[in-house]
Ligand binder design. Structure first.
Ligand code: ATP
Length: 332
């Protein structure tokens, strides 16, 4: 990592709409006056097509020398033996907590998803007649994700532990460990079966504050939550480990709209704001979020939200609210 001074950010624009939304996020950071040193890296399907490797070992080394990563979206290469690049990055950097805030005019809740184990353990046997995926739940993995969720819940209302322990015996360890951590931390908590949580997210989302859950449940509930607040394109995420972090919108590479100039950049812009907060620049993060809220309130919206604006117009408007104070970004 770069230590004191200007922070180094590895920028992975990636595939599909990734480059479009990352360009927006960088323009907004510039307008907000963020002082960052950007290290662009070509990782993803584009790189795989060119070189046969979507993510090289030297990329990982470069990333480890940076303070954090800003990522657009990556399409996993169409090779059945190729492990998801994002999964590899999350594991290599041990980014165990996936923090996904969901906001709209009347909703404000956070899904904290365990990011390294569960059904995404990568331990699979694939056969013609039978295939297996091993669901791994460990005490250490459950403890540290519960701690991350309690860090957030401590300054909010309540933690909800989401599980399926009535059927999955592995979830008993997850539930029990989360309960123990919440009790030790003095955090008010309850728990809910994942199917009930899926239902309640639609019919009564106001009841939620901070949710903590395992990898696959968190993945699915996040897309549902994005639908509840209006669009996948609005939502940001932080993948955080002990000393490293990667920030990305929760949407994928959306090949159906790539290159059309209509991708909603707000998820990427909010991811950049989360990055600034993690880098200790709370005021910059707050100003970016305020500008986003103002843009949405003024109806400057992309088609996924029922609007008629393009990516560029939304970006220009957010940047316009911020740019009086200017900024300085350098590219290495
Ligand atoms: P992945 O498996 O890579 O997470 P996914 O299968 O969840 O991806 P996405 O690429 O996220 O799929 O796209 C799902 C749908 O949401 C698509 O119809 C896509 O066009 C739409 N979508 C995703 N992101 C955005 C965005 N930023 N703006 C507008 N629409 C989006």
């Amino acid at each position: 990592m770069s230590g004191e001074g200007v922070k180094k950010v590895a920028v992975i624009a990636g595939d599909g709409i990734g480059p479009e939304v990352v360009e927006s996020a960088l323009a907004v950071l510039q307008a907000a006056g963020a002082e960052l040193s950007l290290i662009p890296l070509e990782i993803g399907l584009c790189r795989w097509k060119r070189t046969g490797a979507a993510l090289a070992d030297e990329d990982l080394e470069t990333i480890k020398e940076c303070d954090c990563v800003l990522l657009g979206a990556i399409t996993t290469p169409p090779d059945p033996d190729y492990q998801s690049v994002l999964l590899r990055l999350r594991k290599a950097l041990d980014l165990y907590a996936n923090i996904r805030p969901f906001r709209s005019c009347d909703l404000d809740f956070i899904i904290v998803r365990e990011n390294t184990e569960g059904l995404y353990s990568g331990l699979e046997e694939v056969g013609v007649e039978e295939s297996r995926t091993l669901r791994v739940i460990t005490r250490r993995g459950s403890e540290r994700i519960a701690e991350a969720a309690c860090d957030l819940a401590a300054s909010r209302q309540k933690l909800t532990i989401v599980h399926k322990s009535n059927v999955l015996r592995s979830d008993r360890l997850f539930l029990q460990t989360c309960r123990e951590v919440a009790e030790r931390r003095g955090v008010l908590y309850d728990d809910m079966l994942v199917d009930a949580a899926a239902y309640n997210l639609v019919v009564n989302p106001q009841r939620f504050d901070v949710l903590v859950t395992t990898n696959l449940f968190g993945d699915i509930l996040s897309d549902e939550a994005a639908g509840v607040v209006g669009s996948l394109g609005l939502c940001a995420s932080a993948n955080v480990g002990a000393s490293r972090a990667l920030f990305e919108p929760i949407h994928g590479s959306a090949p159906d709209i790539a290159g059309k100039g209509i991708a909603n950049p707000i998820g990427a812009i909010r991811s950049a704001a989360m990055m600034m907060e993690w880098l200790g620049e709370q005021e910059t993060a707050r100003r970016i979020e305020a500008a986003v809220q103002r843009v949405l309130a003024n109806g400057v919206k992309t088609p996924d939200l029922g609007g008629r604006c393009g990516t560029a117009e939304v970006t220009r408007t957010v940047a316009g609210y911020l740019e009086e104070e200017g900024g300085s970004l350098s590219e290495e």
